[in-house]
Ligand binder design. Structure first.
Ligand SMILES: CCCCC/C=C\C/C=C\C/C=C\C/C=C\C/C=C\C=C\C(=O)SCCNC(=O)CCNC(=O)[C@H](O)C(C)(C)COP(=O)(O)OP(=O)(O)OC[C@H]1O[C@@H](n2cnc3c(N)ncnc32)[C@H](O)[C@@H]1OP(=O)(O)O
Ligand SMILES: Cc1cc2nc3c(=O)[nH]c(=O)nc-3n(C[C@H](O)[C@H](O)[C@H](O)COP(=O)(O)OP(=O)(O)OC[C@H]3O[C@@H](n4cnc5c(N)ncnc54)[C@H](O)[C@@H]3O)c2cc1C
Length: 662
């Protein structure tokens, strides 16, 4: 069957004809400026001109080993293509393009992220000089090996030991129990010949807690595992199965003293310990990765949204008015309600990711000159935003899948793969509940500090026990954000009251904490979302002076939708603390419905402006031209089961069954 593919189907042509804003301008805002758009497009062009980077067979049809090899082939090709064209791996990461090409879990991702970041952030000058050039040029390939079978969250509970032997000036790495086995690190199983390993430091019989060590795992010529080390792959997972997540055990394996990362804490040749300026500086790579994950989550959500919104404009189903032509499913209010608040979330996350990156850069600069005071704020913000971004991206991606009906369940829609990849983000790099509890700890401390008259850092300054009264009218954006802030203040105050009450009635502070932890997680989530609302409102109001009215209007509508949706989600709290009343909520609900209909008109153009090309979307449902059915049909032809009319299974099982006298 041959079909002439139109440049773009009539439905999408009509949608695009209704665009009232400058798409390129919105694209530039999302990229962070016209220069960054231009750079991203140069990278994309170069990648698109490298056919080896694209699969012609879906990884779903490959064996585990072929899947791994194929992804490794593409990952190495990507690195050499970037290098040859004057770009770095970082360019492919920061533009999203590298991840989109390799997002079945690729075996070099840990090397170019956490392994390199640890070398850059945890090495002393000599170590940096020795390891960075080797790692940057892929002469050594590594991963970040922290989690063990027995412990992921509780880093202080790790069991791998690094015991200093001053006679040989070596550390002896050992896995004393089965639960001490390193478990999960990406690319550990078969790819990496080195790992940065988190292990308990022992000096003269005393434990100094988790520290990081550079450990060679495999011979650099033969790639065989070194003596004293057992390493392998952990087997299939929910998603990202092209990666070789691994396990690792040490049997009294020796490494030189100089292989302990010594930027922040040191061990002298005679076995003396030099303390770091802050005890959590060795967690720096995790913090940095959490910042990256916020961007990553927003990008993955945007891919799902482009697919689902374009598909919803192409798909016609049922009758809205009896006898009328079947409408585009995007015309159903319920479909708009599924998708558009997540579109607003994507923008909110993108602006917040940028704000977080600035905090990260500022804090890192401060650390360089010995200033530690911003570290708790960065830890709380990066933990909260990582948790909200991944939670929302996972939820949003799944809603996009559901919004595409049966076809969303097809692998060729790419929604299942986007979902399984981002779903891991809830767990890795700090399980989200655990990260929220870290945020809650910061909130309670800040609230108590405020009760004692102390000044609070910027992200929690609104928690002041006696806040200045808000002058913004309630129904303005600022007024509603202030109401959300009042809600969080009330929640945190309530949590603090309950904690205190439990302690006063004889519970230990730790038991009281656990007894309040559901509420504490809700506080952390609400606080982070308040921060996101603030960043969104600030970003849109700052852009107001510099962008055209069409773009500003779209951003204003998305921001408004995000805030209204948030107020409705938090209605119970806001009513309880008196920040809004029932009448206000009714009008907010009505306004949200109205806004859905307004945003629907330009929804396709908004997702077009996110500007992700078909080769990176990898979806039969979401392509630019809207030629959905032909694509789905063609993709199905690639199923190996369609290679022959009658399969082996028929002769082996079905025919004997039909012939049997049952
Ligand atoms: C082309 C290809 C591209 C590839 C990708 C490239 C780029 C990457 C970008 C995006 C990523 C995208 C995709 C990634 C792909 C694959 C993913 C793979 C990687 C996954 C890796 C991992 O998962 S690595 C392992 C991560 N593990 C964790 O995160 C463990 C979580 N646990 C902890 O962090 C801690 O144990 C803890 C925080 C929960 C508790 O720590 P503890 O020491 O016990 O502290 P306390 O609870 O006692 O608190 C004491 C005080 O310390 C403060 N604190 C804790 N942590 C920090 C910190 N980091 N900084 C500052 N302060 C901290 C805490 O607040 C307490 O303070 P107070 O006493 O004042 O209250
Ligand atoms: C795809 C993937 C890739 C990964 N890559 C790496 C890697 O490259 N390197 C690496 O070192 N690790 C890696 N990990 C491991 C990852 O970091 C851990 O799985 C993660 O930190 C969670 O730890 P855990 O598995 O021990 O879960 P647990 O901590 O056992 O969590 C189980 C449950 O207990 C709850 N819980 C735990 N502690 C608390 C608490 N204090 N309070 C309340 N509830 C609690 C959690 O909320 C969760 O519901 C990866 C994991 C995955 C899934």
């Amino acid at each position: 069957m041959s079909v002439v593919v139109p440049e773009c189907c009539d439905d999408l042509k009509r949608e695009r004809g209704r665009c009232l804003f400058n798409k390129e301008e919105l694209t530039n805002i999302l990229d962070g400026g016209p220069k960054l758009t231009e750079k991203r497009r140069r990278i994309e062009k170069m990648l698109i001109n490298t056919p080896e980077l694209f699969d012609d067979v879906s990884p779903d049809y490959l064996s585990h080993e072929d899947r791994y090899s194929n992804e490794l082939r593409k990952a190495t090709q990507l690195m050499t293509t970037l290098e040859k064209n004057g770009f770095t791996y970082n360019d492919a990461v920061t533009t999203g393009t590298g991840l989109w090409l390799l997002m079945d879990g690729n075996p070099l991702s840990l090397h170019i992220s956490m392994f390199l970041d640890t070398i850059k952030g945890q090495s002393n000058p000599q170590q940096l000089q020795e390891w960075l050039p080797l790692a940057e040029k892929f002469k050594i390939i590594g991963t970040y090996a922290q989690t063990e079978l027995g412990h992921g969250t509780f880093v202080r509970g790790l069991e791998t030991t690094a015991t200093y032997d001053s006679t040989t000036k070596e550390f002896v790495l050992h896995s004393p129990t089965i639960t001490a086995t390193k478990w999960w690190p990406g690319a550990l199983g078969k790819t990496s010949n080195h790992a940065v390993v988190m292990a308990q430091l022992y000096l003269g019989g005393k434990c100094y807690g988790p520290h990081i060590f550079m450990v060679q795992l495999r011979d650099l010529e033969t790639h065989r595992t070194l003596p004293g080390i057992v390493v392998g792959e952990i087997g299939p997972r929910l998603g990202m199965n092209s990666n070789d997540n691994g396990f690792l055990q040490f049997n009294h394996h020796r490494i030189p003293l100089t292989n302990m990362f010594m930027k922040h804490s040191q061990v002298t040749e005679d076995g003396k310990y030099v303390k770091p300026l802050h005890s959590k500086l060795s967690y720096g790579t995790m913090v940095q990765t959490r910042v990256g994950i916020v961007y990553h989550a927003s990008r993955e959500l945007s891919r799902a949204l482009i697919i689902a919104i374009r598909y919803s404009a192409v798909r016609h189903q049922s009758e809205m008015v009896p006898g009328d032509p079947e409408p585009q499913i995007l015309d159903y209010q319920t479909q708009q309600y599924k998708l558009l608040p997540h579109l607003a979330s994507f923008f909110a996350l993108r602006f917040s990711a940028r704000a977080l990156l600035e905090v990260f850069i500022g804090t890192s600069a401060g650390l360089g000159s010995g200033k530690m005071n911003m570290l708790p704020e960065l830890h709380a913000l990066s933990s909260g935003l990582k948790a909200v971004a991944t939670n929302d991206a996972v939820k949003g991606t799944d809603i996009c899948r559901l919004a595409c009906g049966g076809h969303g369940y097809l692998s060729s829609s790419n929604l299942p793969r986007i979902y399984t990849a981002i779903a891991a983000g809830i767990t890795y790099e700090g399980e989200n509940t655990v990260l929220f509890l870290q945020v809650a700890r910061y909130l309670i401390k800040s609230f108590r500090a405020s009760s004692q008259g102390q000044t609070l850092p910027f992200s929690v300054s609104y928690l002041r026990v006696q806040p200045p009264s808000s002058h913004a009218p309630l129904m303005s954006d600022r007024g509603l954000v202030d109401a959300l802030g009042a809600g969080v203040r009330w929640m945190v105050g309530e949590a603090e009251r309950r904690l205190q009450q439990l302690v006063d009635s004889g519970h230990s502070p730790h038991a009281a904490w656990n007894a309040c932890s559901v509420h504490l997680v809700q506080c952390a989530d609400a606080h982070t979302r308040y921060y996101i609302c603030e960043q969104f409102v600030d970003a849109v109001s700052k852009l107001g002076e510099t962008v055209s009215s069409g773009v500003h209007e779209v951003l204003r509508q998305l921001c408004r939708l995000y805030i209204l949706h948030r107020v409705i989600q938090t209605a119970g709290i806001l009513l309880r603390c008196g920040a809004v009343d029932g009448k206000a909520l009714t009008s907010i609900e009505e306004e949200e419905c109205h806004l859905l209909a307004t945003l629907r008109i330009q929804a396709v153009s908004i997702v077009d402006a996110i500007d992700i090309k078909d080769v990176f979307l990898k979806s039969t449902l979401g392509a630019w031209d809207g030629n959905v059915y032909q694509r789905i049909y063609e993709e199905a032809q690639k199923s190996p089961l369609n290679k022959s009319d009658v399969t082996q299974g028929y002769y082996q099982y079905l025919r004997p069954l039909m012939k049997a006298n049952l």
